[in-house]
Every structure is written in C-alpha cells, then in structure tokens.
Design a protein around this ligand. Structure first.
Ligand code: SAM
Length: 284
C-alpha cells in the first residue's frame, strides 16, 4: 500500500541518517570547525543570543537571615526555564544556552533536555558535559528520541524554548517535526530553527556549490574517513526548502512568525549570505 511504502521509506531514511551520524559522531565537532572554518560558532552564538530571553538572576539557595537558616519552602526556587534542544547531538546548542544564561544573566534556573536519534552522538554529548560544571545537575539531560514523535514524557504545553540546529533537514517529514514542536511548547513559547539556507547571490551560489561538491567530501574523507556521509550532507542541504518556503511551513504548523529582535524584520535571518539561516516563531 501507499502507506506501507511510506513507512518503509521513512525507516530506511532514519536508518541511513542513524548510520551517517553514528559513523561521524566522534569527529563531529572537529568536522564542523574545519568545514565551516569555525564560522558555525558565530552562527550558533547569534542563534542562542536571539532565542534566549533575559532570565532573572538565580537567588541564593539555602538563604541565611540574621545568622539563622531560612527554612525550606520560604524561598522557593522559581520554576526553571525549560528548553528542548532537538537533534541536539553533542550538546553544542544546549551548552551555549546554559553558558549564556549563567554568564549574561547570572541564572542557573534553566534546564535543557537534548533529544537525538543517534546514541553515539548523545554519548559524545554526555562525555562533553562531564567536563563542565553542569555535570550531574538537572540543568542538562540527554534522551534518545525522534523529532517527529517526541519521547512520551515530554508533555503538551510544557516547554518554554524549542531549538533545532542543523537537524531538521535530516528528518523525513518537516511538518511532523514542526507540529510536535508546537504541541510541546507552552503558549507564548518560541521555536528557533538553525539550518543551511539557500545562497541567492548567483556568483556566491556557484562558489558555494563548488565548495560543497568538490571540497566537502574530500574533507570528510580526510578527517572522518567517510566521504559518503559528507556527500549525503551536501545532498540534504540542496533538498531543503528555501527561506520563504520553510517560513511558510512554520506558519502552517500554527506558529506566528515575525520580528524576533529589533531591527530585524521578517521570519528569518540569513547568516553568511544565506549559507545558514535562523527561522523563528511563537506559539501564540
Ligand atoms: N544540533 C547539533 C549542532 O547544531 O551541531 C547537531 C546537528 S547534527 C548535523 C544532526 C543531528 O540530527 C544528528 O545528531 C542526528 O542524529 C540528528 N537527527 C537526525 N534525524 C533525527 C530525528 N528524526 N530526530 C532526532 N534527531 C535526529
């Protein structure tokens, strides 16, 4: 049946994606740096700075008043700001969210759950977090799961901020991912999607094509010993919708799109001539 055919095709794609990311997981972070010449760091920093709202500074726990400990319950901790970083891989966005909350706002009342399809990527993420102050705290957790059908413990209307960075183009159904995001976000919650965009300037577009098809697979072979995975990466970027088409998909899922920060109109922001793009939306 048509339905049966779709199911097989989806399973195959997920198997393929799992294979790609399993095989490159341990080299993933160094590949990002070498392929983008480190520029992905700037894109991610701006993405996180745009998406994370100002948080109140954390109050001192176990406060003491006139030399006497204030009993538990008198100074209840505020509800943490809840983030879901889907396709969060090695925790790159999650750690940036936590660091920014702490460095910029003095807040540690923020929790990020990373959900990713690939166990090997989560494993790299856990190893990375073990080197940070967030290790063994509720501030960061890793869960294996699919963006299109989020793990059941993540409830409707429970999330303040949903992020997905360089992950959504690997998913079989973009509408399924976006409708799951809409479901789990609280009213007023925000979605941020960071993904490769389309370069519109014709000259730059040709240079970028050459770089993608000639240079990236070679870099993939040299650094990760895996040209095929990087060929897949390039093809998945080509297939992804244009900036306005993807903004329309976000609206179709029920989100309002519009200016997220002063001086920036529209539903998306291009980085590096559209090599990468940030789309934002609000669950009204
Ligand atoms: N977010 C990280 C970043 O920005 O560096 C990692 C991005 S990595 C290119 C893409 C990730 O998407 C991989 O870790 C892969 O396992 C994950 N992924 C692919 N399809 C997925 C799906 N359907 N659900 C959840 N994660 C998925």
């Amino acid at each position: 049946t048509h339905f049966g055919f779709q199911t097989v095709a989806e399973e195959e794609k997920e198997g393929l994606v799992g294979g790609v990311f399993s095989s490159v997981a341990s080299k993933y972070d160094i590949m990002n740096d070498s392929m983008s010449l480190g520029i992905h760091r700037l894109w991610k920093d701006d993405f996180v700075a745009t998406m994370l709202p100002r948080l109140p500074p954390s109050v001192h726990r176990n406060p003491v008043r006139n030399g006497v400990a204030v009993p538990d319950g008198e100074a209840p901790a505020p509800a943490p700001f809840k983030c879901l970083d889907v396709a969060g891989g090695t925790g790159d966005i999650a750690l940036r969210l936590l660091d920014r909350a702490r460095d910029k706002f003095g807040s540690r009342d923020i929790e990020v759950e990373v959900v990713d399809l690939t166990e090997n990527m989560l494993h790299e993420g856990r190893k990375r977090v073990a080197q940070t102050m967030y290790y063994n705290t509720p501030q960061i957790t890793f869960t294996q799961g699919n963006a299109q059908d989020l793990p059941k413990h993540i409830e409707d209307n429970s999330i303040d901020l949903y992020t997905i960075s360089f992950g959504i183009r690997n998913c079989t159904s973009l509408p399924a991912v976006l409708s799951e995001a809409f479901r789990v976000l609280k009213p007023g919650g925000r979605i941020g999607v960071l993904e490769f965009g389309k370069v519109s300037n014709p000259l730059l577009k040709e240079a970028y094509r050459q770089y993608s098809f000639q240079v990236l697979p070679v870099l993939g072979q040299v650094i990760a010993g895996d040209a095929a995975s990087y060929q897949y990466l390039v093809e998945s970027i080509e297939r992804f919708p244009s900036q306005p088409d993807f903004a329309q998909l976000i609206r179709n899922a029920g989100f309002q799109t519009g200016a997220m920060r002063e001086g920036k109109g529209g539903s998306w922001t291009d980085y590096t001539f559209g090599v990468a793009t940030m789309w934002t939306g609000v669950k009204a």
